[in-house]
Write a protein that binds this ligand. Structure first.
Ligand SMILES: NC(=O)c1ccc[n+]([C@@H]2O[C@H](COP(=O)([O-])OP(=O)(O)OC[C@H]3O[C@@H](n4cnc5c(N)ncnc54)[C@H](OP(=O)(O)O)[C@@H]3O)[C@@H](O)[C@H]2O)c1
Length: 367
């Protein structure tokens, strides 16, 4: 297969090389990757700064979609049968997503929804359950609620806009550019507010009935403190991430005075602490998809095709210029593809620079 293997940290070019196919363990599937999605944590991992650093050398990337090439044999002591068959279309996440093949366990795989492209499905695994788990499981969003979604055109933001709308809420979306605000509108936001305007909390409050404020704030940026200015009595603020680069300190009197709940959500840790909730969340997401209330959020302004475009995709993601999920299409081996080596024109030092802005994952590493 071909893939982007990391053999050392420090300045180097990300290069695509021919590598041995992954050898699945008895509980793993082998999957031919058709699309790989990018995440900020990929940048951190490539630069050696993530909390999960595999032993060198390792293959970069995580989220993917593709077709099943082989199914688990499982051990003879279990009667478990594989849920997926050879040829089935699946999406999920497993170390080594920037490659043409990956091995993955059943619990990190889901069927590609009917009618969905591989490209759309590759970006579902992280953002959809994060936003559903936060808004539905943690905040109990319901019809009639006013929900403020910060960085609404980002990956988790666009998922949050769609989920809040699907549950009957009125959504106010914030973002930093007019283009991103129109993207949020296209995905269902009822109102949009440019949060580069320092007066945004007042603008948000003025949109709500009797200026009472919003019931739920979805915050992947680190805007809790200012959001307390436009939240309603009994409101909930969901702490999702720190895309702005610093962990806030909030004066607790604001929490007391407005009877506010500040609610955290760490989706990745549900597999350890609350695995029984994962299936419930995915069931809810698949229901919304079936009802046509949740669609793919792939960044459309530019297309990324072939593993050699992974560095450019990562660079775009780190530049804050993209919206939704930045996904790379991975052509199948043998399909019009004869380069076994490709030296991508981006130095890893550039990626290191970009990942100096720390976010949620970096915070975890420091915890
Ligand atoms: N809690 C969890 O379980 C969980 C799960 C997934 C992700 N997260 C975290 O949620 C955050 C957002 O993830 P995502 O996948 O939506 O990322 P993303 O697609 O890159 O979107 C992040 C958005 O944040 C905004 N932003 C504000 N200040 C920024 C800055 N200084 N640099 C970059 N972006 C900035 C940008 O929108 P504007 O340009 O409009 O301001 C950008 O679109 C990340 O911190 C991520 O680690 C948490």
């Amino acid at each position: 297969m071909r893939g982007i293997q990391i053999s050392e940290y420090g300045p180097q070019d990300l290069k695509i090389t021919t590598l041995p196919d992954p050898i699945p363990t008895p509980d793993q599937y082998l999957i031919a990757i058709h699309a790989s999605a990018t995440n900020f944590f990929d940048l951190l991992q490539i630069s050696g700064k993530y909390q999960h650093q595999p032993r060198l050398p390792w293959i970069s990337g995580s989220e993917f979609s593709g077709t099943v090439l082989s199914v688990p044999s499982f051990s003879s002591s279990t009667s478990k049968k594989p849920k997926y068959n050879i040829g089935d279309r699946v999406f999920g996440a497993s170390q080594g997503g920037y490659a043409t093949k990956v091995a993955a366990k059943e619990e990190v795989l889901h069927p590609v929804p009917s009618g969905w492209s591989f490209t759309d499905a590759a970006g579902l695994f992280v953002t959809a359950p994060t936003s559903y788990g936060a808004l539905v499981t943690r905040a109990g969003v319901e019809k009639g609620d006013w929900v403020l979604v910060h960085a609404a055109a980002g990956g988790v933001g666009l998922a949050a806009v769609q989920i809040a709308k699907a549950f009957g809420a009125t959504v106010i979306a914030t973002a930093g550019t007019q283009h991103k605000l129109s993207v949020a509108k296209c995905f269902g936001a009822d109102h949009v507010v440019d949060y580069t305007d320092a007066n945004w909390p007042t603008l948000v409050k003025n949109l709500t009935p009797n200026k009472r404020g919003v019931d739920i704030v979805y915050d992947p940026v680190g805007m809790v403190d200012k959001s307390t200015k436009c939240i309603a009595w009994n409101g909930k603020i969901l702490v999702i991430g720190f895309a702005a680069g610093s962990i806030e300190k909030v004066a607790m009197n604001k929490v007391l005075l407005k009877n506010i709940s500040i609610v955290g959500l760490h989706w990745g840790a549900y597999s350890v602490n609350e695995p029984e909730t994962i299936g419930v969340v995915w069931e809810g997401i698949f229901k919304l998809i079936k009802e046509g209330k949740f669609k793919g959020t792939v960044f459309q302004d530019k297309e990324f095709v072939g593993l050699e475009s992974v560095p450019a995709a990562l660079e775009s993601l780190g530049s804050r210029g993209t919206w939704g999920k930045v996904v790379v299409k991975v052509p199948q081996e043998g399909a019009n593809w004869d380069r076994s080596h490709f030296f991508a024109g981006i130095a890893i030092s550039r990626l290191l620079e970009m990942s100096d802005d720390f976010r949620f994952e970096d915070m975890l590493q420091r915890a």
